[in-house]
Design a binder for this molecule. Structure first.
Ligand SMILES: Nc1ncnc2c1ncn2[C@@H]1O[C@H](COP(=O)(O)OP(=O)(O)OP(=O)(O)O)[C@@H](O)[C@H]1O
Ligand SMILES: [Mg+2]
Length: 611
């Protein structure tokens, strides 16, 4: 219970800007419920007027009833207008902003390791669980509470034993209901997890539809999906059958209590202690305050349902980024572009367990999520990068070569500070990149990654994306980038030139065209450091040769790293660094390495490097 209150308090603190509005809203509810609770008094008076054949009193009572009804509608109208203006979209918008701000504090490496479908789920479900809890509270809990308590308050004056019977009924019912909810709560959590699994599977199938179709695995994938949905429906049945039993059991108890209270009111009337009008008033109050008990279950269900996603959402908000900006970062305004690795070791192993934004972790597990593994543990596993030291001079061209899995892309990730090394340090212009604002560092780097990610937007949007002010991109900048990246080759085929929509993830472009857009995006920044990670692997040799010339032109005076499996792409580099199983095993020019480096010779002769 304490825990639930804590969760509720924290959820409430997230929507702090709305507290005053919520209070005003609740006040409006109080007024309208007060009016509703006063109505039975005048129903009673009407009945008395009729039995007494007192026309004067009758007219007076029904006029007051009319005013009450009208007033109730006016208050409801005000409430609705207030709600539309102040809550409906605003709270959701506010929470989305909080989630998004958090999203970008998570490091690049943590994003790499997390499962995007799960993260999406946690965000969407977490946000809607918080808004859902708020709506349930202010639209159901608060009005029902007043509906229940106000007649009770009036009854203490009119017939206190009736009030006592009702009070006992309400308290017993709420305890009974809570008890059942505590029993069923673990099943709600289980349902929530099963739901997440189904959603995750669903989005995975949709995202990878091509793979399924190409491999003719439709039947198998559908069957797998059916099993997940089936598990879900079994859980659903197991949850709802006991739920129905206790619900109707509880309702029976309320009926008995209600009849007892009415019988007592009847006794007071027959013994002359109450007039018929007051009897009607009391009966209506009994009705009002016990009617809402049937909502208690639904309210508890709605609130309980939200707890699991809210807890996960909090874990997301509490997730500690492993890469942070130092309090007083060393400025990195203009750089020459030297890059130095000093005894760098790095392993993915220690990190895969550190992803807190995952599913199905208990709260306790979540707490330990960010703890660094002890060194002893980490050193058991072979490192991805092993004690590497080298220095890349500013303005020169370097090639990184090595078999697949040798660690080349990992090195790029370390230069970008997607991850911090486990040992040693990466230096740019002799400054440890841990000491700078990584955003500033990344502004100096143009990266063409192995897989170019494109947005569902125009070609201009995609190419200008990395600029500090993409809206201000000039036609000259675009033309230069298009020429150097050879986007110009297919540019004329595009219907609307720079305004052509290139589709979700660049689906309307060929692999080679996408790579060229990626190259244009990196070159347009004119950064001091350029990194091409297999940037031309999807291009034909003719286009590749042309791009090589462009890269030479664009990279003049910039520190350039080229990672490629084709010999032609790397042989002209000022220096080639050979990596093998995460270690640097040689460096030199093509000829030097060919003469005395076994691994390089092997790469060349084994045709890994196409001539
Ligand atoms: N996100 C990750 N999580 C865990 N291990 C990873 C991750 N990325 C890479 N690795 C592992 O690290 C090692 C080095 O991978 P890396 O991507 O750096 O190789 P590479 O030299 O770029 O290979 P390729 O030429 O195929 O691109 C590989 O064994 C790989 O399995
Ligand atoms: Mg790679």
């Amino acid at each position: 219970m304490m825990n639930k209150i804590k969760i509720f308090k924290r959820a409430l603190s997230l929507i702090a800007p709305f507290h005053k509005k919520i209070a005003i809203f609740c006040f409006l509810i109080l007024i309208s419920q007060l009016i509703s609770a006063a109505a039975p008094i005048f129903y009673g008076k009407t009945v008395n007027a009729v039995t007494d054949l007192n026309q004067h009193a009758f007219v007076g009572s029904i006029i007051i009833l009319g005013v009450i009804w009208a007033l109730r509608n006016v208050i409801s109208l005000l409430r609705e207008l207030y709600e539309v203006r102040n809550f409906d979209y605003e709270v959701g918008k506010h929470l989305s902003k909080i989630s998004m701000e958090k999203f970008f504090t998570i490091s690049m490496g943590q994003h790499h390791l997390g499962h995007s479908a799960i993260k999406r789920n946690i965000l969407n479900k977490g946000e809607s669980a918080i808004t859902g809890t708020l709506w349930t509270t202010i639209y159901t809990v608060v009005p029902n509470f007043f509906t229940m308590v106000l007649p009770l308050f009036f009854l203490t004056k009119a017939a206190w034993p009736v009030a006592l019977i009702l009070l006992v009924t309400i308290v017993v019912y709420i305890f009974y209901s809570s008890h059942y909810h505590n029993v069923l709560f673990p099943r709600f959590k289980e349902m929530d997890s099963a739901n997440n699994t189904v959603n995750q599977k669903h989005s995975e199938i949709i995202e990878n539809a091509d793979v399924v179709i190409v491999n003719a695995q439709e039947a198998r994938v559908s069957a797998e999906y059916d099993i997940e949905v089936g598990n879900n429906s079994t859980l659903y049945r197991q949850l709802w059958s006991p739920y129905s039993y206790w619900y109707y059991g509880g309702q029976l108890f309320v009926v008995i209590a209600r009849i007892t209270a009415m019988a007592y009111a009847g006794y007071l009337t027959f013994t002359g202690k109450m007039n018929p009008g007051l009897f009607i008033t009391v009966v209506l109050w009994i009705q009002q305050s016990t009617d809402v008990l049937s909502n208690v279950g639904t309210i508890q269900r709605n609130l309980a349902k939200n707890i699991a996603p809210i807890v996960k959402y909090f874990a997301y908000l509490d997730f500690q980024p492993d890469i942070t900006i130092p309090a007083h970062p060393t400025p990195l305004k203009n750089i020459t572009g030297t890059i130095e690795f000093r005894d760098v070791s790095f392993s993915y192993e220690a990190r895969t367990t550190k992803d807190g934004v995952t599913e199905d972790k208990t709260e306790d597990e979540e707490e330990g999520v960010n703890e660094k593994q002890d060194d002893e543990n980490a050193s058991d596993k072979p490192s991805t990068i092993n004690a590497i030291s080298f220095k890349l001079e500013a303005g020169k061209r370097y090639a990184f070569v090595g078999k697949s899995g040798a660690g080349k892309s990992t090195m790029v990730n370390l230069i970008l500070r997607a991850f911090d090394p486990d040992k040693g340090g990466v230096y740019v212009d002799s400054i440890n990149i841990k000491d700078v604002d990584y955003r500033e560092l990344r502004r100096h780097i143009g990266l063409v990654p192995q897989d170019v990610a494109l947005f569902d937007g125009t070609l201009r949007y995609n190419v200008a994306f990395g600029l500090e002010n993409p809206e201000a991109v000039t036609p000259e900048q675009l033309d230069r980038a298009a020429r150097l990246s050879r986007v110009s080759e297919f540019f004329t085929k595009l219907e609307k030139g720079w305004d052509t929509m290139i589709g979700e993830r660049g689906i309307k472009l060929s692999g080679g065209q996408r790579q060229r857009v990626g190259i244009a995006r990196a070159l347009i920044k004119e950064p001091q450091i350029l990194i091409f990670d297999e940037a031309t692997s999807s291009l034909d040799t003719e286009n590749e040769a042309r791009i090589r010339e462009s890269i030479q032109e664009a990279s003049a005076g910039k520190t350039t790293i080229i990672i490629a499996h084709r010999l032609a792409t790397v042989r002209d580099a000022d220096e080639i660094l050979v990596f093998h199983h995460g270690a640097l095993v040689g460096k030199g020019t093509h000829d030097e390495l060919l003469a005395n480096n076994e691994q390089y010779k092997e790469l060349v002769s084994s045709q890994v490097y196409l001539k």
